[in-house]
Write a protein that binds this ligand. Sequence first.
Ligand code: ADP
Ligand code: ADP
Ligand code: MG
Length: 464
Amino acid sequence: MAQGKIRKLLIANRGEIAVRIIRAARDSGIATVQVYSDADANGRAVAMADEAVNIGPPQAAKSYLDIDALLQAARDTGADAIHPGYGFLAENAGFADAVEAAGLVFVGPSGDTIRLMGDKAAARAEARKAGVPTVPGSDGLVEDMDAAAKLAAEIGFPVMIKAAAGGGGRGIRVAHDAEEFARLAPQAASEARAAFGDGGIYIEKVIERARHIEVQVLGDGSNVVHFFERECSLQRRRQKVWEEAPSVVLSEKVREELCASAVALAKAVGYRGAGTIEYLYDDVSGDFFFIEMNTRIQVEHPVTEMICGVDLVAEMIRIAGGEKLGRTQADIARTGHAIEVRLNAEDPANNFMPFPGVVGELLTPDGPGVRFDHMLYPGYAVPPFYDSLLGKLIVWGEDRERALLRLGRALRELKVEGLPTTAPLFAALLESDDLRASAVHTRWLEPWLETNLDLIKQKGGGNT
Ligand code: ADP
Ligand code: ADP
Ligand code: MG
């Protein structure tokens, strides 16, 4: 029996997240329609779905970002709901509005919520209103460059110049002094206009040696619960490469404060669906600062699913179908420790150069506590047009030590022939004492990569 009013779900995405959404829909008794570009006819999600519809050429602008083509595919197949996944149109308020205007269900928050929280400067203001600490910085958008330069000096350099419409690690610059600020700020504004169609920028103080900690929330428009935190401090170019839950540095008291602040903010905006509130955490002072909200399912959601025993994608579909949360905070518990690593078609020993290619032999890890969310099969030709994420290897252990052992075991079982992947990076990272002790921060990985190239090569990187 289908749940709520959704009977057939169209997946407006591709790759591993499309596979993930098909599974959640099927586990909920809902039929699936997978759209695909000409470059993705060989995709695993296309083979898995009940129906598949070609929506255009490889370029995303002409397929996965083509709102008219997506709505037409939904009409042609009689789909009654659309799941946007992450990336592409997931945080596009106009898309959410268009889906609803077409009489379909958008699996996510309302267009108005996306508009409010997707604008990173507006979201900062909402956070402050809800009593959530934000990074010291500008009050809203920077309009006047002279006033902004003065403010930057007051906050203290280095400062970050961020695009209000930025995301995916893009649209961020660091200015170390007034001269650099005067040069970078106008440049950042014009680049944001070109890249995101919105030139709005704002300023934040750089929090040095911070950890990235985020809280998973789920709301039904009136109530909100959290599913604890994830730590994503291992980043390269401000993009996450390794994520864990829980964060081992939070005391129970800080954890409660952090999660309560996320719930307060989500409640203040009447949040509906799955969302993530991102913070920077200073583990010396114990202070946390809101940085942004992602109004969608995140890449790293499985670590939360592993420790909380919840299917977040099924939950967001259920709520989109009009159902209530059906649980209180007291019903949500966590157990053990989970780690996710991102398997990209990139060579970690060659500056992470993307290497799309054809998958040869494939051996996938499994067994107790191992989950591999991916899009691979032997003979699969990885198209060069999209994000290089092939999949995510997720492990669970009773504690972090056992999760680390299990990650090592799973990586030894994994074999992907035919193209380089980031797997050797993770095998190398497991030998780092700092990582094993979780003595890391958001700028820890980049210098480590510089000094550990030989170790990454020894683990199999660089065979390109
Ligand atoms: P995006 O929208 O691209 O995800 P975020 O604002 O979430 O951008 O920031 C991405 C990453 O950049 C953070 O995880 C962190 O590593 C770094 N970062 C962002 N803001 C700051 C800050 N004020 N100080 C230090 N690092 C920051
Ligand atoms: P998560 O917070 O889920 O880890 P990421 O920051 O890694 O999210 O981004 C998830 C996906 O969305 C990636 O494929 C990323 O490239 C894409 N993405 C998110 N926002 C943008 C944006 N504004 N422009 C381009 N890509 C984006
Ligand atoms: Mg972010």
